[in-house]
Design a protein around this ligand. Structure first.
Ligand code: S3P
Length: 177
């Protein structure tokens, strides 16, 4: 039985924040793939891209994916925007695609008080034209691999988390919001 939930979707859609809200509401733990990579490599994602290159980062994602499949249960997993390419993604857990269109994603990033930092730490957001094209390329692939899709544009994290709980019939823990 698939006990993990894997949140996939483009950079900036709120995968990490949604995972933490889901953890709080359900009592499950949440882990983030980029955090796992950073602690494993003892280096920030941005540095891994600039020092070792994107192919090495993708190899680290695959390594993390194997570990998650073998070792992790009953956990909400937030992933990087390209993590869904790992070959075992559907074996790790139920895959939930968080969708928003590119302009709404940009609005949400720029509305954030730490917008500059958020953009700086994401090498693939440096060029907005390329980033927009990347979302267009990935969109059908996200949709193809996911068990369910949640439209997150313009919605609060709380509302999104409740929607996922409802659609996956997850149990809320007592006293959660
Ligand atoms: C990436 C998304 C990033 C991070 C890396 C590559 C991508 O994660 O994994 O910069 O390929 O879309 P977020 O989606 O959390 O920004």
């Amino acid at each position: 039985m698939k006990t993990n939930i894997v949140l996939i979707g483009f950079m900036g859609v709120g995968k990490g924040r949604t995972a933490r809200a889901l953890a709080e509401k359900t009592g499950m733990f949440a882990v983030d793939c980029d955090d796992l990579i950073e602690s494993f490599a003892n280096s920030k994602v941005k540095k891994i891209f600039s020092n070792l290159g994107e192919p090495e980062f993708r190899a680290l994602e695959r390594r993390v994916s194997v570990w998650l499949q073998k070792q992790v249960k009953r956990t909400i997993i937030s992933s990087g925007g390209g993590f869904f390419y790992v070959p075992n993604i559907r074996k790790i857990g139920t895959v939930v695609y968080l969708h928003s269109d590119f302009d709404m994603i940009l609005d949400a990033i720029y509305a954030h008080p730490n917008a500059k930092k958020k953009i700086k730490k994401r090498p693939l957001l440096k060029d907005l034209g390329t980033a927009r094209a990347l979302l267009e390329t990935r969109l059908p692939l996200y949709r193809d691999i996911a068990d369910i899709e949640i439209n997150v544009g313009g919605r609060s994290i709380d509302d999104i988390a409740d929607d996922i709980i409802h659609q996956l019939s997850l149990k809320k823990r007592k006293n959660s919001h």
